[in-house]
Design a protein around this ligand. Structure first.
Ligand code: ZN
Ligand code: ZN
Length: 364
């Protein structure tokens, strides 16, 4: 079995020991993938002091033999409920006290396990594997670079062929299609393409609005290249240039630049958020920046660490975060600029390269 996954499980065991736990049931699918290399779903991993068992079902045995040879499996019989299978494995392991992932385990699963094993103590944990995942190794960073490459090449094609008659949805579909042509498995999430006033909605769903019906369009897209994701946002000016847009764009770009410049090991994630927020507030738009500055990026498109006022994370080499300040004016439109940034030993590296200076975003 790969040392890579064994090393990760050893790190989890050390984290468990610190939390006074000898074992944990991992139910969050990306965490199972991270700890085993298994890319399927519906499978839980029980980590014990000295061993681990993946509770899975018959659909996956061939895939498991390929992706994680040597891993101990409990294959559910057809019709065997997950909760009962978990209880069987726990009983066999003679565990009295087991950590569970409080952000993932369902109430139903918990009740089934406790119904079968009333004496077992299930101890709720939060973010143990996520904390490990926040720091990427070299191979993970390479996979994120690949996901960025797919997204950027796709954007280049879509931008070059943008037409006034295209609808938001057609552009979003074109981004998805192009990312796949450049090697992505799919988009990393449903792309946002929002024309004009609709860009004031940070999570607008692409609809029938035509590109030419507004003066600018906001796109937020990213690729899933196997397992790892990318996440970018750009605004393109497609019509006449509204002076207000130029002003807003300048503020957001400056806020983003200052925040990125502050990224290095040892800096609090909340401090990076504060730097961007202060610039936007000083320009008079503080109350129109209603979300955190950014988030970690990896197996999931949103993961630890968060760059936000309430975040307690401190940046470490190997973390990959998005930096995405925005200003959203209701009924007028919004500006967000999003790049993916790696925390390096001495500072940071901006992994994304799509042009974002004002004179580079005007497409007509
Ligand atoms: Zn995004
Ligand atoms: Zn994002």
């Amino acid at each position: 079995m790969s040392d890579r996954y064994q090393r990760r499980r050893e790190r989890l065991r050390r984290a468990l020991a610190k939390a006074d736990l000898g074992s944990m049931l991992v139910t969050h699918s990306p965490n199972v993938t991270y700890l085993t290399g298994f890319t399927g779903s519906d499978s839980y991993l029980l980590i014990r002091d000295d061993a681990e068992t993946l509770i899975t079902d018959g659909r996956y045995t061939a895939q498991l033999a390929e992706e994680c040879p040597g891993l101990d499996l409990h294959v559910r019989r057809p019709g065997e409920e997950m909760g009962k299978a978990v209880a069987t494995v726990l009983r066999r392991s003679r565990l009295g006290r087991v950590g569970i992932e409080g952000d993932s385990m369902s109430v139903g699963l918990r009740e089934t396990i406790l119904g079968q094993l009333p004496k077992v103590e299930l101890v709720t944990t939060s973010g143990l594997v996520e904390t490990l995942r926040a720091v990427k190794d070299r191979q993970e960073v390479e996979e994120i670079r690949r996901a960025i490459w797919c997204a950027e090449r796709a954007f280049g094609v879509v931008r070059a062929s943008l037409r006034r008659e295209q609808t938001e949805k057609e552009v979003a579909d074109a981004l998805e299609h192009q990312m796949r042509l450049f090697g992505a498995r799919s988009g990393g999430f449903a792309a946002i393409v929002a024309v004009g006033a609709r860009a004031a909605l940070p999570h607008a769903t692409p609809g029938g609005q035509q590109i030419g019906s507004g003066d600018f369009v906001l796109m937020d897209w990213g690729a899933d290249c196997g397992l790892y994701k990318s996440d970018l946002t750009r605004v393109l000016v497609t019509g006449r240039i509204p002076p207000k847009l130029e002003r807003l764009y300048g503020v957001v770009l400056r806020a983003q630049g200052k925040a990125i410049a502050a990224i290095r090991p040892g800096v609090a994630a909340a401090e990076v958020d504060r730097i961007a927020r202060q610039i936007i507030a000083e320009a008079g738009f503080g109350r129109y920046f209603g979300h955190g500055l950014g988030h970690g990026l990896g197996l999931e498109v949103h993961e630890a660490p968060r760059l936000a006022a309430s975040s307690r994370a401190v940046l470490k080499p190997g973390m990959v975060v998005t930096v995405e300040p925005g200003i959203y004016l209701p009924n007028w439109g919004g500006v967000r600029i999003e790049d993916d940034v790696l925390v390096t030993r001495n500072g940071h590296e901006v992994l994304t390269t799509v042009a974002k200076q004002w004179d580079q975003i005007v497409v007509h």
